[in-house]
Design a protein around this ligand. Structure first.
Ligand code: ACO
Length: 330
């Protein structure tokens, strides 16, 4: 095993399902209005998968595009990590289904990680460590969610917020220190109960009662989550910058988790970064949880907002509570 110094980002890819659910559509499901949703969150519409589509299906769509852009042979991939809170099933892992659907026969290590909306940053951090240690050479890191499957479409406090989507990033171990410059990952488990899907695991195994009580859907104390989101994203953004030795002024783009426009604006104000350098796509997709930052990065690249060599910071927070940030060079 040879210790390498860095991790190169070979490409990105994303996939967003076609089916659109607008705020007007949600007005027909719960007591809400387009005006309330737009003003309080910034979200105008979200995308959802058709019935029968698994998280691995959209993860594979995103991965094909990312692998294509990277110009690598999929058989080179020796590590697949999927960040998701909507896995295909408890086991096998979604990453194993991705391996199968991509036709990768070289027996890469495959596993999922659970860190809710911070999942992609966590997965990136794990991949960085595994590549730099020399244990693996080429990784495929994915953030993918079909949150429409765990959304309670009768709960106006949550159903307005979430959507489905996937993004992927192939990475390679290199002997220079470009690519992923720094990553920070943290959690505060004092707040496990303010954002959760209570049933389906060992605490409340699936039963007629758990289904009847709607315990398999997302439950959230939105106001509480909001407070912690701004504070922890600010902390993470600053920490990753400090670790990388870079300044916020050097970032071509800040890509924050896309949960609520008011959270993004509050973060931007505290960091004193101009609005033009903060990427936003939540009006189109809502919150894609673990897929958010990678989908946003891919879109920013495709829109020409960032190019090879640019510095970008990703920052996210989610259930746990978890949070994290990464400073990367494209
Ligand atoms: N339409 C109309 N009224 C609504 C709606 C709605 N969709 N939702 C709530 N309300 C009402 C409430 O019932 C309340 O009414 P009341 O004053 O009569 O009791 C009023 O609006 C205010 O409710 P709040 O919950 O205080 O509204 P708030 O301004 O906090 O906005 C929101 C709610 C949008 C959920 C916000 O708190 C938020 O975005 N929080 C963060 C969510 C988040 O980031 N989640 C991350 C998930 S990440 C992961 O890990 C999965």
């Amino acid at each position: 095993m040879q210790n390498l110094k860095g991790v190169k980002i070979l490409g990105t890819g994303s996939f967003i399902p076609e089916k659109v659910i607008t705020n007007a559509d949600i007005e027909k499901l719960v007591d809400t209005s387009d005006e309330w949703i737009t003003q309080r969150t910034g979200i105008r519409e979200r995308r959802v998968v058709e019935k029968g589509t698994s998280t691995s299906d959209i993860a594979v769509e995103a991965s094909r595009k990312a692998i294509d852009e990277a110009g690598i042979n999929p058989q080179e991939i020796d590590l697949i990590i999927v960040a998701t809170c909507t896995p295909d099933m408890f086991f096998p892992s979604t990453a194993c289904f991705v391996q199968k659907k991509l036709g990768i026969k070289s027996n890469p290590a495959c596993f999922d990680i659970s860190a809710a909306c911070s999942g992609f940053i966590y997965a990136l951090g794990i991949a960085k460590g595994m590549l730099e240690s020399g244990m693996h050479k080429t990784a495929l890191v994915i953030g993918a969610e079909t949150l429409s499957n765990v959304t309670n479409w009768k709960d106006r406090g949550t159903c307005i917020l979430f959507g489905d989507g996937a993004g992927a990033m192939p990475l390679k171990a290199t002997d220079d220190k470009s690519g992923i410059l720094s990553i920070t990952m943290s959690a505060n488990a004092a707040y496990t109960d303010i954002l959760e899907i209570p049933a389906g695991g060992s605490t409340h195994p699936a039963s007629v009662e758990t289904v009847q009580q709607g315990l398999h859907f997302i439950r959230m104390d939105g106001k509480e989550v909001f407070k912690h989101a701004v504070m922890n994203m600010l902390k993470a953004t600053k920490k990753a910058l400090e670790m990388s030795g870079k300044k916020i002024e050097e970032m071509a783009l800040l890509i924050p988790h896309q949960a609520n426009m008011r959270i993004i604006e509050a973060l931007g104000e505290r960091l004193t970064i101009p609005k033009e350098r903060i990427f936003v796509n939540l009006h189109k997709y809502g919150n894609l949880s673990a897929a958010t930052t990678i989908v946003a990065l891919d879109e920013a690249k495709k829109q020409g907002l960032v190019k090879t060599g640019d510095l970008v910071e990703l920052v996210a927070f989610g259930a746990g509570l978890t949070w994290g940030a990464a400073v990367i060079q494209l």
